[in-house]
Design a protein around this ligand. Sequence first.
Ligand SMILES: Nc1nc2c(ncn2[C@@H]2O[C@H](COP(=O)(O)OP(=O)(O)OP(=O)(O)O)[C@@H](O)[C@H]2O)c(=O)[nH]1
Ligand SMILES: [Mg+2]
Length: 460
Amino acid sequence: MLDSSTLKTLARAATDTLKRGLDQHVRLAVTGLSQAGKTAFITSLTDQLLHGTPRHLPFFPVQAEGRYLGAKEMPQPHPLVPRFRYRDNLAMLQADQPGWAPSTQGISELRLHLKYQPDTGIRGFIKEPVTLVLDIVDYPGEWLLDLGMLDLDYGQWSAQQQKLLAQKPRADLAASWCQDATAYCAQGQSDEVQTEQLAERFAALLQDFRASLGLYYLQPGRFLLPGELKGAPVLAFFPWQGAPDDSPLYRQLAKVFEQYKSEVVKRFYRDHFASMDRQVVLVDTLAALNHSRAAFLDLQLALTEVLKSFQYGQSGLLSRLFSPRIDKVLFAATQADRLTPDQRPALTSLIGELIGPALEPIRFAGIDVGVETLAAVCTTQAGKGQLDGQTLPCLKGRLADGRQVTLFPGDVPASLPAADFWQRQGFAFPGFAPPLGLRSPLAHLRMDKALAFLLGDKML
Ligand SMILES: Nc1nc2c(ncn2[C@@H]2O[C@H](COP(=O)(O)OP(=O)(O)OP(=O)(O)O)[C@@H](O)[C@H]2O)c(=O)[nH]1
Ligand SMILES: [Mg+2]
């Protein structure tokens, strides 16, 4: 016979074992093309997890049900990855003159411990709180654009790039670089300094495509965001101009192209992507709509390319490299606070159309896909205003220069706009500065829906 204290000890040991089994670890990656809103999203997500309340996050079940006990910031455990600067970013949002965090160039991450009371099923036996370890990783979506390069050799990639450079809208800006690169390729001798100069000019050209033409489909991704690779020999290549040949220069460029594929592209997938469990892909659709038809079509092309990283079943490429384990991907149109509430469903429908065809293979690969429209930080107040004798939905907010304004930002097309849309539509969706006196938990739109999709099933 066991005495009561032994029984208690055994019961405690069983509970501890069960609880250890429930303590979980999730690596949540957040990506998106340049300026999509990654830094603001992670800052807000962290702030919601640290300071959110049931009233503030009504659609996040563990909060709404009163089982959420709180979160704690932990030291960033990865020795080679910079810490995500949550506190600095928050301080900027909450400063006397609030502003957005500066643009980020590479990967960073932070770790949180989330404590909650388990609720259903077997977890109901556990009376003690359980901890979910959450790592949030920020990385540039441009790096995912390079996946397509893995399937190509240097000649094939160059042919693809030559075609793009010769077409509108790139052709005019590219003309001078193409002329010099064609002359250099034609003479065939490899010169380290000249190669480096042309590679750097190619990188500058890609930056110009982005800045002047609003383009997104830009390869190689590290030419835009080289980080610690700036000036490294692995970036000393560019697309061949002319017919492929057997010259020393062609062979040299082809060699560096292969090094880039294995040392940069594959390494990112192996060292970082392989360990991610869940993924958020953020899209700033309004920037492309504001810019031009060419920018919008290029965004669609770039997103289709980015999404290939999640189509494991189809390409098989990543499955050959490692065992991918991402089981949920959330696509979110950001900055919904720049629209009046009546326009937000149109934005959801538009992003659905933008990425729709690329979603099927992802679902087929067994990944749960969500599509949302949200604002990490809500900068505006929605209301009604009078314009030309009509009552219309309007927004109140602070422009980047600090002016308080009331605006009628206009309609968002609910589906892919026709070619004449940009001639007809004189709209502009202005950017807003964070409001004065912003406190934690940060005002948001539908961040609780995003949390429910990303973590709800892990916090039952
Ligand atoms: N109104 C509004 N604007 C936002 C929001 N999130 C981001 N923005 C705007 O978008 C800009 C870019 O946001 P970031 O969070 O820095 O985007 P990012 O993807 O980290 O940008 P990079 O690091 O440059 O790639 C900000 O400077 C703001 O102007 C939001 O929730 N609401
Ligand atoms: Mg950033």
